[in-house]
Write a protein that binds this ligand. Structure first.
Ligand code: DX5
Ligand code: ZN
Length: 226
């Protein structure tokens, strides 16, 4: 299992009037990736960003763009997101009846392939895909909005998936997303997560973006920045 920890700020809570400056501040403060939450108003109730925003982010930063696709039929938009500059395309198992084909298409587009699952979806649902993915995103809220409360019952599933990955694909990292704060980060890190997505804890931190990132990194002595 890799022993490095990464922060992936979710721009869902950024001030879009200042998007360029906010992403640059996150980068200067030590962000490793930029997390972009794509929602279609069908799979999840909210409607957010498309390839245009990914392309905008690619012009702002050289950090890897971590694109989380909360959309029905993601296959139809994979090429557009890849061309826009996505580094990783993460799809929900709940939206992908032909998951091996979907992963294959993502790799053919020269992107890393991520798979994710909702809090109510068991780890066994992603088992057939684990040998082929570059990232596993474990949702710790039901997707759709930032600022929701962390669901602690998901923590054992992180450990379960880490164990499954160690058997078939040990280099693949686990990312967590939803309600990640300085209070919740230590438990998910201990369970085996290595990439921490946060929107509110970073972009809504009262002392600013840098303070938000530093607070997450300082939340446990076990957080070792690469
Ligand atoms: C939730 C999104 C998350 C969200 C996280 O549907 O996938 O990435 O932006 O927001 P916080 O960190 O505020 O829970
Ligand atoms: Zn997300």
């Amino acid at each position: 299992m890799p022993s490095k920890y990464l922060i992936s700020p979710s721009i869902l809570s950024a001030d879009f009037a200042e998007l360029g400056a906010q992403i640059s501040q996150a980068e200067e403060a030590g962000a490793d990736w930029i997390h972009i939450d794509v929602m279609d108003g069908h799979y999840v109730p909210n409607l957010t960003m498309g390839p245009f925003i990914v392309e905008t982010c690619a012009r702002i930063t050289d950090l890897p763009l971590d694109v989380h696709l909360m959309i029905e039929k993601p296959e139809s938009l994979l090429e557009a997101f890849a061309q826009a500059g996505a580094s990783t395309l993460t799809v929900h198992i709940e939206t992908c009846p032909h998951i091996h084909r979907t992963i294959q298409i993502i790799h053919q587009l020269s992107c890393k392939a991520g798979i994710t699952l909702n809090p109510g979806t068991p780890a066994s649902a992603i088992a057939p895909a684990l040998p082929f993915v570059d990232l596993v995103l474990v949702m710790t809220v039901n997707p759709g909005y930032s600022g929701q409360s962390f669901i602690p019952e998901v923590v054992p599933k992180i450990a379960q998936i880490r164990k499954m990955l160690d058997e078939v694909n040990p280099q693949t990292m686990i990312e967590v997303d939803g309600g990640i704060t300085s209070q919740t980060l230590p438990a998910v890190l201990e369970a085996g997560a290595q990439v921490f997505v946060a929107a509110s804890a970073i972009f809504k931190h009262p002392l600013g973006i840098k303070a938000g990132i530093k607070k997450l990194q300082a939340s446990t002595p076990n957080f070792v920045k690469t």
